[in-house]
Design a binder for this molecule. Structure first.
Ligand code: PHE
Length: 448
């Protein structure tokens, strides 16, 4: 319904910016270094980059095509193209909800760190033990993280309520270049720390003897998570793209930007990890206990850390907006709620889940799902299962089920653009990508 009234995004730059706004976020700066550190560094990075190129890029083009061809929310889009495939949209809506459950919590941490940077609290500590103790004290406190999470959810809600176009476009435009600049400064500073080169070696030098089936699945899941694919975000965003947006270029630019940010984050984090004496496998706390150590040695440390955490807050916000939008657009168009009520319903539901996830790191730590607390379980279930499953079925749908003419029309903008990589693109979508995804799954289930 109502697709004539749908907002569209501005020119070419805007399509890239909003899609990059969704992709670049805590996935690059918080999750990527922590899973890379957990999985041995260099070899993980090599597999990650292969996953991005072989699976991520074609899948993003495929999702863009589905979104712009149908101009609907994730569920409506698949349903409009083939009734039987709406389950793929539901998988996305569910994944978006579950991701928001833990993403809002981590986003809240970044907001707290921003405040601590401004007040000078962060600069008071100087050893790895002190940074770790401060972080643990904070996340185990029942109220403070909840408060910041609530703040973050409120901010997301209001941007969504302002409308897709204004809210999202504006914030992405200014802040993305700034994030790059500050990451480069951090990386340079971290590389110059004593003992930093060992960290760089850990991050860049592959040691394939450490690779297991689980490592490959984690790299694959991280690639999907970071690029925001397998979940309907790119379908939803592309439904607002203009007819003249070049889908391939947009996907390529977003992929390059996203990967560069992850790489820079790794180069900034790992030298400092080794220099300060932190375990690279410290898990979700890694970035939060490492960054203060980098800032500490910099002149004007309070200014650097305040600006950095502010940018991280914004990067996280452009990602939470895109996740929120998947659910809001679905409820608005499929349940016929007003956009405002749909946004409120999404906000309310995610608030409850995020509060439980936050408490699961402290007072509710005893609640276990397959041995994991709720926070870790949401992280694992979405990145390692729901997104790759979504990606697998997207390959099958776009590669085998979708009318070839529709795909051709979307990728070539109605015949106006050449499609030289057509054979390669179809080969990847129809054969190679689903085969890899299937093998990785079977391998993780112990089939080999
Ligand atoms: N890609 C975002 C990040 O890296 C997270 C995200 C995942 C957003 C899935 C939308 C969909 O932070």
């Amino acid at each position: 319904m109502k697709h004539t009234q749908r907002a569209t995004l501005g020119g070419k730059l805007s399509a890239v910016l909003v899609a990059a706004g969704s992709s670049v976020g805590l996935g690059n700066i918080w999750r990527f270094p922590y899973v890379a550190g957990d999985n041995g560094g260099g070899a993980f990075l090599a597999i990650y980059i292969l996953c991005v190129l072989i699976l991520g890029l074609p899948l993003m083009i495929a999702e863009f095509s589905v979104g712009r061809a149908s101009r609907k929310n994730a569920v409506g889009a698949y349903r409009a193209l083939d009734r039987k495939w709406s389950f793929l949209g539901y998988n996305g809506v569910l994944a978006a909800f579950l991701i928001l459950g833990f993403y809002f919590v981590v986003a809240g941490w970044t907001a707290e760190y921003m405040v601590h940077s401004v007040t000078g609290e962060l600069a008071r500590y100087s050893t790895a033990e002190e940074y770790t103790a401060m972080f643990e004290r904070f996340i185990q406190n029942p109220w403070r993280p909840l408060l910041y999470t609530l703040l973050f959810i409120t901010a997301t809600h209001f941007v969504i309520a302002l409308g897709v176009q204004k809210g999202i476009e504006r914030s992405a435009k200014v802040l993305m270049p700034l994030l790059f600049i500050i990451l480069i400064a951090l990386a340079v500073h971290s590389l110059l720390m004593p003992g930093g080169s060992e960290g760089l070696r850990f991050f860049l030098k592959p040691d394939f003897s450490k690779i297991t089936a689980a490592t490959v699945l984690t790299a694959l899941g991280q690639a999907f998570f970071s690029l925001s694919i397998g979940i309907g975000t790119m379908v939803t965003y592309a439904s607002y793209f203009k007819p003249e947006t070049n889908l391939r270029h947009t996907a390529l630019n977003v992929t390059i930007l996203d990967t560069l940010v992850a790489l820079l984050a790794g180069i900034a984090i790992f030298p400092a990890v080794f220099s300060v004496g932190i375990q690279p496998s410290s898990g979700p706390s890694l970035v939060f206990i490492t960054l203060p150590g980098i800032f500490n040695g910099m002149p004007w440390s309070m200014v650097w850390s305040s600006v950095f955490f502010l940018l991280l807050v914004v990067a996280a916000l452009t990602s939470t907006i895109s996740l929120h939008e998947v659910i809001t657009a679905y409820m608005h168009e499929e349940w016929h709620l007003s956009r405002k009520s749909a946004a409120w319903a999404t906000t309310g539901a995610t608030l409850v889940l995020a509060a439980l996830a936050s408490l699961s790191l402290g007072v509710l730590n005893g609640w276990r799902i397959c041995g994991l607390n709720l926070f870790d379980a949401l992280d694992y279930l979405t990145a390692n299962i729901l997104l790759p499953v979504g990606g697998f079925f997207t390959c099958i749908f776009v590669g085998w089920r979708l009318d070839r003419k529709i795909l051709q029309m979307q990728v070539t903008n109605d015949g106006q653009l050449p499609f030289r990589i057509r054979t390669l693109f179809l080969f990847l979508l129809r054969y190679l990508c689903p085969a890899i995804l299937l093998l990785v799954f079977l391998d993780n289930l112990g089939a080999f």
